[in-house]
Design a protein around this ligand. Structure first.
Ligand code: IPE
Ligand code: IPE
Ligand code: MG
Length: 249
């Protein structure tokens, strides 16, 4: 990863280490608007969005956050112009190839959440390689939601469970939350404590529908390519002010 100036390398003093979210999820929205405001093609926004993500990943790792999940491409994003979709697929592949050695060195464990079978074969191969080569790393768990849809994920889990019931391997009353979660793409990962959405939109856009049951939601007007460590710091401060009750009093 290309290093940005190492500002805010240490956890800012106003954050309480013991009360950091263990898992942060981000809806990286606003790349297109960022580009449009500068009179640039949308794809330039996606390029800059990758730079922002690289620094946020490193920052989470620096500050002791255990897991970061980033929404890179939704099941609905196929509906965008073909050139934009093609650009994104090529970008994902190139970035993955370029960044793999650095992620290995930094101990990042990368994985992908989504229906990966629909992605271009060459991207699937890079994904496989990256997951395999970082599998035993001990650093931050980095999940990239690619061709991800929360509803699709839930249906995928239902189908797998129904098959087991049909085969007589499972009784319907054995289906509980723990079992269900084992069939989600995020299997083994704790639920996000904090969901950040950039660019001001107050919606979840089919992201982590099951996992988000009790996530704290933070929305900023900042467009994703401008989302930096200062912005993350703000989001974490807001999170630490929240009173998480989980339905209790
Ligand atoms: C988010 O930025 C990136 C992807 C969905 C791939 P957008 O491309 O949605 O940017 P806006 O929302 O049009 O500004
Ligand atoms: C959500 O952003 C998907 C990603 C960030 C990958 P969108 O731009 O696709 O969401 P909507 O269309 O504003 O709901
Ligand atoms: Mg958008």
């Amino acid at each position: 990863m290309t290093a940005k100036p190492s500002v805010l390398k240490e956890l800012p003093a106003d954050l309480i280490r013991d009360r950091l979210p263990r898992h942060v999820a981000v809806i990286m929205d606003g790349n297109g608007r960022w580009a449009k405001r500068r009179g640039l093609p949308r794809i330039m926004g996606h390029r800059r969005g990758v730079d922002a993500l690289k620094d946020i990943l490193r920052c989470c790792d620096d500050w002791g956050i255990q897991a970061l999940t980033a929404y890179a491409f939704s099941t609905e994003n196929w509906g965008r112009p073909l050139e934009e979709v093609d650009f994104l697929m090529t970008l994902f592949e190139r970035v993955l190839r370029q960044e793999l050695q650095e992620m290995i060195k930094e101990g990042v464990r990368i994985r992908f959440a989504g229906n990966l079978k629909m992605l271009p074969a060459s991207l699937q191969a890079e994904i496989e390689r990256a997951m395999e080569e970082t599998r035993n790393n001990q650093g931050i768990q980095f999940t990239v939601a690619t061709n991800y849809g929360g509803r699709q994920e839930i249906l995928h889990a239902c189908r797998a469970i129904a098959t087991q019931v049909q085969q007589g391997k499972l009784q319907p009353d054995e289906i509980d939350e723990t079992l269900f979660e084992q069939h989600l793409y995020t299997q083994g990962l704790c639920d996000p404590d904090l969901l950040i959405r950039s660019s001001g939109e107050m919606r979840v856009s089919n992201f982590l529908l099951w996992q988000m049951a009790y996530s704290e939601i933070y929305v900023t007007d900042t467009l994703w390519p401008d989302f930096d460590r200062t912005e993350l710091h703000r989001a974490l401060c807001a999170y630490q002010q929240r009173d998480r009750r989980f339905g209790k009093v």
